[in-house]
Design a protein around this ligand. Structure first.
Ligand code: 2BA
Length: 109
């Protein structure tokens, strides 16, 4: 068994959950925050048999789009802030960041 951990954009999470459930996969949705942008994103935990991993990865790839986003970089250390001008920079976010882990044991009580 594998645990697929997928960090996706909030905008894609509803459609991805729907697609997973339609295909018979179980998933848990967690509210998460990206360390770089400090904005909300969604983390899905999807426990599947080894043979189902490719199907899950295909669905994630189909649903999750990468998008351009403008970000204001964090200012430098306090004390230099008055003279510091920030310029928005463009970053590409998503479609999805995915980890596939081996599950040592799975139980339901
Ligand atoms: P964030 O950490 O908020 O990152 C959002 C986007 O900002 C990233 O998109 C990337 O394009 C850019 N970015 C991140 N760190 C950067 C840095 N140090 N310098 C310049 N640009 C940077 P994605 O790579 O698609 O990541 C989307 C979200 O997936 C991340 O949100 C984070 O929540 C998660 N993530 C990505 N890589 C991860 C990893 N290795 N471990 C855990 N979570 C990860």
């Amino acid at each position: 068994m594998k645990l697929v951990i997928a960090v996706v954009q909030d905008k894609d999470s509803g459609r991805l959950l729907g697609a997973l459930v339609d295909r018979g996969h179980s998933a848990t949705k967690l509210a998460s925050t990206g360390g770089f942008l400090r904005e909300g994103n969604t983390t899905l935990l999807i426990g599947v048999e080894d043979s189902e991993v490719e199907d899950v990865l295909r669905l994630i790839g189909e649903v999750c789009q990468s998008r351009q986003q403008m970000v204001n970089p964090m200012p430098p250390a306090a004390g230099q802030v008055e003279s510091y001008m920030t310029y928005p920079v463009e970053v590409t976010v998503g479609g999805a960041t995915v980890f596939v882990l081996d599950v040592e044991r799975f139980a339901k009580f």
